[in-house]
Write a protein that binds this ligand. Structure first.
Ligand code: FAD
Length: 414
């Protein structure tokens, strides 16, 4: 229980966190990595460099302070973060390290604006908040390990098959090297892959949504190759997976995680909206829906640049053909001549609110994933059409964020 005085002191820091939050979290990561360079094996370096991680943490700290009397309000964000922590292997003993450097950064950045009493209040509050995370993550570790086919940490999987899905997207079929059972998952969940790239001093961990239906003998992930562009380096892990990992190689992966999951107890129509490689969780949901709820109406909307980069087009069209309850719409913003000649898309350009209105079923459960600007624009369109925000579920392929007008995340290229 937090004392009344502590609560008031934390609340007094809310304006400071609103203004200096990102400076604090930027300094925090610098201090922590300097003192514990081994943590560079866990944290995503690109999210540090493009500053999305600093923004995400600043938002979380601010939200914790602003909701200090009703922390249950930020429980969905806490659960999302806890799943990610479990998936990358964050352990309880790492929390005091985070606390030391986060509070050190607050002290340094805020200087005399932060009274010693307010700093002490943050020491107390951090202890309470980190205990909540440690407890939730402890439960998640136990669940991941104790479920049938489950495990703790990273397990070796063999790349059984590598299948090119488009010019830039490839699927990897992964089977456990020990030949034993694998845990099931909820459609929409992801796994973390940990790679040691020859010549690179650090290991790198990335998340990939499971793109097939659950309860198979394999997991399938589907990865977009992030090529070099506009002075930005090529993506480390995606290019390694595409260019260097071969069939028969071993990948280390953690058990499925994540809170962006298909509600299979609902019978409402489902709308799956994806942009680019954001189709991966939708493919798992779509396959599951036709297998387990054939009576449920499904609207599948996918936006891609054109047919060359569009993955799994034929799979979706086949599912639609075999399942009359499925209706798919493909939107290309730069169709090729071949796309035009072969009539390979339904809509040219971006998804527009007027068009969305014509295909959106009433009272649908909506799932959304894609590049951040795409998600913001579709989310806004849905809200403008009167869709209840609680019916819109979304996943970021980067640090977690929110799609509300205020407090928007920075763009993450996916
Ligand atoms: C829950 C979840 C599910 C996901 N599912 C999928 C999926 O199904 N399929 C998929 O393909 N991806 C998925 N992702 C994204 C995936 O985890 C990786 O982020 C993606 O593959 C890129 O990783 P990378 O190592 O190749 O690129 P990184 O090396 O991490 O680089 C990412 C981007 O940052 C840029 N960058 C690098 N350095 C800088 C710098 N100094 N300044 C600015 N920008 C820089 C790079 O050019 C690149 O474009 C998912 C992510 C999450 C969180």
């Amino acid at each position: 229980m937090m004392q009344e005085k502590t609560i008031q002191l934390i609340q007094s820091t809310v304006p400071l966190l609103r203004e200096y939050g990102q400076q604090i979290t930027s300094r925090f990561y610098q201090m922590m990595f300097q003192a514990h360079p081994d943590l560079l094996n866990i944290f995503n370096h690109s999210h540090q460099k493009n500053r999305t991680q600093q923004h995400a943490l600043a938002r979380t700290v601010y939200a914790a302070a602003a909701n200090i009397t009703q922390l249950e309000k930020i429980l969905p964000v806490v659960m999302q973060i806890a799943h990610k922590h479990r998936s990358i292997g964050v352990e309880p003993e790492q929390y005091p390290i985070v606390g030391e450097h986060l509070l050190g950064a607050m002290k340094e950045v805020l200087g005399s604006a932060l009274s010693p009493e307010a700093l002490q209040a943050w020491v107390d509050a951090f202890q309470i908040i980190s205990d909540i995370f440690i407890q939730i993550e402890g439960n998640l570790y136990r669940q991941a390990e104790q479920q049938p086919g489950g495990w703790r940490g990273f397990r070796d999987f063999i790349v059984d098959k590598k299948v090119a899905e488009s010019d830039i997207i490839t699927s990897f079929y992964l089977t456990p090297a020990d030949g034993k059972e694998i845990a099931t998952f909820a459609p929409g969940q992801y796994i973390s892959v940990k790679v040691a790239i020859p010549g690179d001093p650090h290991t790198h961990i990335r998340q990939y949504s499971l793109s097939d239906a659950p309860n198979k003998k394999h997991y399938r992930i589907t990865v977009k190759r992030e090529d070099e562009r506009e002075n930005l380096p090529a993506g480390k892990v995606s290019t390694y997976l595409h260019r260097q990992v071969k069939e028969g190689d071993i990948l280390k992966i953690s058990a499925p995680a994540g809170v962006f999951t298909l509600n299979q107890t609902s019978v409402s129509p489902v709308v799956l909206i994806s942009g680019g490689v954001g189709l991966t969780p939708m493919m798992s949901m779509l396959r599951t829906l036709v297998q387990t709820q054939p009576e449920r109406q499904v609207t599948y909307i996918h936006a891609a640049r054109n047919g060359q980069v569009h993955a799994m087009r034929e799979d979706v069209l086949l599912l639609q053909k075999r399942n009359p309850q499925v209706k798919s719409y493909l939107c290309y913003d730069s169709p090729t001549m071949e796309d035009r000649l072969k009539n390979r898309f339904d809509i040219e350009g971006h998804i527009q609110v007027e068009w969305l209105q014509t295909v959106l079923p009433k009272k649908a459960d909506i799932y959304l994933c894609g590049p951040v600007p795409f998600m913001i624009s579709v989310y806004q369109a849905l809200v403008s059409l009167g869709v209840d925000k609680s019916c819109i579920h979304y996943e970021f392929f980067g640090p977690s964020g929110v799609l509300e007008a205020a407090n928007r995340p920075q763009t993450v290229n996916i």
